[in-house]
Design a protein around this ligand. Structure first.
Ligand code: ADP
Length: 308
């Protein structure tokens, strides 16, 4: 298959990871089982997933003038992500995160610091930022650039996805411009999704997200509402999850991959769930992201499982 170009605009981070057997009580000490460093950030990690599946990718974002910034850039380059749109903010610090993951359950707590430099501005994207793009992926954090990019993609007929992690200013404006919104549970709860009322919430949210709308629910899988109003559930695959950091980011990468391949929506979401589940088997957001052959092999062994 000829690689297709996915352009991503968003956060990129340098993550310090501590794996523990169980989360400790407050105000105690805890010895860690593993200590690692990796690149992170929703869009950046989604692009890494797409690269491992064989797509071409270009990333737009900002780093500071510090070792974390250098590592962020190198970690993307090592995966073959085009970092031509990754701007250096002189004298600034990069985004970093300290993540504690609980090996027994794969749950994680993230402490993060935003970059000290200015967010990417719309003008800094340049006139040709969508050149060659078959898909645009956004996390909506850099509101001005994200909105500008989403509108540009719409005008050119390029499909786009918003990874809606947390409800922030400008996020709903971006959401209205894109045909795919794939949101976290936290985002949906902030907009009024209640336990037991998930499906009803997805239907009710049609005014805000008229395109395809998916909410990921961690180990509970995901719910998707199609533009025609059909809602379906895709369960999470059972794996030995040691760290779910980046599961959502990888899920977005797999989702975009399926859409680019022209698969129907259910197969696309199922593929995304398999990719994300496999990535949960190793610590950090990126170490466990598999290649295409591994996901296909995994899915072919699981075809007998019911969809919901
Ligand atoms: P986020 O990282 O944005 O909070 P989620 O935790 O909702 O995202 O995870 C995204 C997707 O990854 C889920 O819909 C599910 O398919 C998969 N996933 C998450 N946690 C697990 C897990 N423990 N085991 C298997 N798959 C998982």
């Amino acid at each position: 298959m000829v690689p297709m170009m996915v352009v991503g605009i968003g956060q990129c981070s340098w993550d310090y990871l501590a794996l523990v057997d169980r989360f400790p009580a407050e105000d105690t000490k805890k010895e860690v089982l593993r200590w690692e460093e990796q690149g992170g950030g929703p869009v950046a990690t989604a692009l890494v997933a797409l690269r491992r599946l064989g797509m071409s990718t270009r990333f737009h974002g900002v780093v500071g003038e510090d070792p974390a910034g250098e590592r962020i850039r190198e970690s993307l380059k090592a995966e073959g992500v085009d970092t031509g749109g990754l701007l250096l903010r002189p004298g600034a610090t990069s985004q970093t995160a300290f993540i504690v993951a609980e090996q027994a359950t794969g749950r994680r707590t993230i402490y993060w610091r935003r970059p000290s430099g200015a967010p990417l501005g719309a003008k800094e994207l340049g006139p040709a930022f969508l050149e060659g793009a078959r898909f645009l992926h956004l996390d909506g954090l850099m509101a001005e650039a994200s909105l500008h990019a989403a509108r540009g993609a719409r005008r050119r007929g390029i499909p786009a996805m918003l990874d809606a992690g947390r409800l922030r200013e400008g996020m709903l404006d971006v959401a209205r411009e894109v045909p795919f919104v794939v949101a976290s549970e936290e985002f949906a709860r902030d907009l009024g999704m209640r336990a037991g009322g998930e499906e009803e919430f997805l239907r009710r949210a049609e005014g805000m997200f008229p395109g395809t709308f998916t909410v990921t629910l961690g180990a509970q899988g995901s719910l998707t509402r199609t533009p025609e109003g059909r809602v379906f559930h895709v369960p999470a695959f059972e794996v030995e999850a040691v760290d779910t950091t980046g599961a959502g980011d990888v899920f977005h990468g797999g989702y975009i991959y399926g859409l680019l391949r022209g698969w129907e929506l259910l197969s696309t979401v199922r593929f995304a769930a398999a990719l994300a589940a496999l990535a949960c088997r190793r610590p950090g957001g990126r170490a466990g992201i598999p290649g295409l052959t591994e996901v296909e092999g995994f899915l072919s062994r699981r075809t007998e499982r019911p969809e919901s």
